[in-house]
Design a protein around this ligand. Sequence first.
Ligand code: NAD
Ligand code: TYD
Length: 339
Amino acid sequence: MKMLITGGAGFIGSNFIFYMRRRHPDYALVCVDKLTYAGNMETLAPVLDDPHFRFVRADIADRQAMYDLFGAEKPDMVVNFAAETHVDRSIEDPSVFLQTNVMGTQVLLDASRKYGVKRYHQVSTDEVYGDLPLDRPDLFFTEKTPLHASSPYSASKAGADLLCGAYQRTYDMPVTVSRCSNNYGPYQFPEKLIPLMIANALADEPLPVYGQGLNVRDWLYVDDHCAAIDLILEKGRPGQVYNIGGHNEMRNIDIVKTILSILGKPESLIRYVTDRKGHDLRYAIDPTFIHEELGWSPETKFQDGIARTVQWYLDNRAWWEKIVSGEYRDYYERMYANR
Ligand code: NAD
Ligand code: TYD
């Protein structure tokens, strides 16, 4: 079994590579990543010498590079994690989101069709469904919820999902799509809520909470997401969409307070700042279908996962301190200076 994993130098892709190494040591894994600001070769250091692993630096939207790679490697399966992923950056400049997330997906689908890939899996997000109201806790996203994206990021992911469905139906391709809720865990880039708050709290810097901090996200430990994708690849039905989430809805402010409490830092570090434009209110997944069809359930309780995650950032300061002192600093100033 040879698996091509795109975006494997990022947060979830790298965790997926480590997960697959543990679960399927006999699989050959090829990682393709453009190494944008979010990709980090240091993350992949533990697998670089593995004879069953190969890293290729390339852009998924580069058709020739992808055809050459698929022709040389002839992967059995493709799992597409590669994407521009940060909503705030998509609000600043949507174009690279369309280029990578939509055009890149199209190139990968074309290459998968041309080279007869046995399964193409698209890693998508619950954000394609738009948001739910805060005063209707009875509502959840199911696989039948219409796509209703709010941000340039989620619109680009929704566009890619529609392409996946169209290729599956038109060309009868073996395509699956998963839509997961917010992930947390090791190796998440410190622009995202949880690692940003951990890094700022450790530096005794203000913790910028958008609006009132009342927006709700449905948090899932990254390994539980990896396990769900592994199951979908093994037992999932081509043409099917699978929602992945663990019924772990939390308000942003409660996440921030939990992190402060684990680190023993004061709540006076919290700073309420101007809200994100078009800020989605609530995401919440109904995972009934993947549970009933594939037997998937999340294993990690939030209290355990968040404690493990904070500990990872404490133990791996070198990994993220290099990031927050580098070019990311300019982004941070631009995004938060006058907020
Ligand atoms: P990330 O930003 O940490 O990593 C993205 C990776 O993709 C990086 O290594 C980057 O270098 C690479 N990449 C970007 N553009 C590329 C291109 N044109 N060609 C090749 N590589 C490119 O993202 P993440 O949080 O790990 O998310 C991975 C996937 O999971 C994305 O598709 C995202 O939409 C989806 N997802 C993320 C979450 C979440 O909470 N993080 C939740 C649900 C779904
Ligand atoms: P984020 O990690 O960017 O994920 P997403 O927007 O894709 O869900 O943000 C999670 C939530 O945290 C979201 O409601 C926005 C909020 N947030 C803040 O309040 N402050 C911050 O500095 C960041 C990055 C996010």
